[in-house]
Design a protein around this ligand. Structure first.
Ligand code: BTN
Length: 255
């Protein structure tokens, strides 16, 4: 059972998580924050103990044992300029990485666009979804799934999963972890409105794939090249011979 008081005591934000909704079971926290008019406060956070239809990137499902992990979404309604979205995406994985490093002294790696890895195993994933009217983004939902205390994993995945508990060898306080991530995320968001340089350099310093040969899977297609950089807009720069290409979306796998 998640203890809201323990969480609240450590929450040090102005707006992220100040409207906190806790639920035993939902279809998907992303879906609810995207679709429910009643949840409309900028910075609202919805945490569910169980999702019956948890969504992953690229139409995959996100499976997470009930009551052991963190599956939550953050709703943003203000300052949603198109060019901020890539950085909000990178910033969310950075916030998770910083919390895991600071609270448990574990080494965290980031994989573009936003997977969080420990010892080459996936500990957290992030899914951004939005509702737009015309060119204007009206709602942006940042969905974060973190394997926190799950002791084992059944299904086979492309990147093997792990949990923080498995890597740290101790039971983790989900309350402390969630408050810390939200504190970091608000700090990153505030920074982002002034400059994206620090977010980009902090993110890149945790990405071990830069300079490596990679394979990008887009639908049925695979592209091979070298991950040259993440550019100033947050896009992946793929080098193929003397050509470079900007990659906006896709699954990146080390070749
Ligand atoms: C991925 O790595 O494929 C992204 C996984 C995102 C999962 C989270 S759990 C909370 C939120 N609600 C969802 O349905 N999905 C995201």
């Amino acid at each position: 059972m998640f203890n809201i008081e323990d969480f609240d005591i450590k929450l040090d934000t102005e707006f992220i998580g100040r409207n906190f909704i806790y639920s035993d079971e939902v279809s998907s926290t992303n879906r609810l924050l995207l679709d429910t008019e009643e949840y409309s406060k900028h910075g609202a956070v919805l945490l569910a103990e169980y999702q019956s239809q948890g969504k992953g990137r690229k139409d995959r499902v996100w499976l997470s044992n009930s009551g052991q992990n963190l599956t939550f979404s953050i709703l943003l309604k203000e300052k949603l300029k198109e060019n901020y979205v890539n950085f909000i995406n990178l910033g969310a994985s950075l916030a998770v990485a910083q919390s895991i490093e600071n609270l448990y002294q574990l080494k965290v790696e980031l994989k573009w666009p936003n997977d969080v890895l420990i010892n080459k195993k996936k500990v957290a994933g992030i899914l951004l979804e939005s509702v737009s009217r015309g060119n204007k983004i009206e709602r942006l939902v940042i969905g974060i799934g973190i394997n926190v205390n799950q002791p084992s994993f059944q299904t086979k995945f492309e990147i093997p999963p792990t949990s923080i508990r498995l890597e740290f060898n101790e039971l983790i306080s989900r309350e402390r972890l969630l408050s810390d991530i939200l504190n970091n995320f608000e700090h990153i968001l505030t920074m982002l409105y002034h400059s994206t340089d620090k977010i980009l350099s902090d993110w890149k310093s945790r990405c071990k794939m830069i300079g490596e040969k990679i394979k990008i899977i887009e639908g049925e297609q695979a592209k091979y090249g070298v991950l040259e950089d993440i550019d100033e807009k947050g896009f992946l720069v793929l080098r193929q011979g003397d050509k470079t290409e900007l990659i906006h979306y896709g699954d990146v796998t080390l070749r």
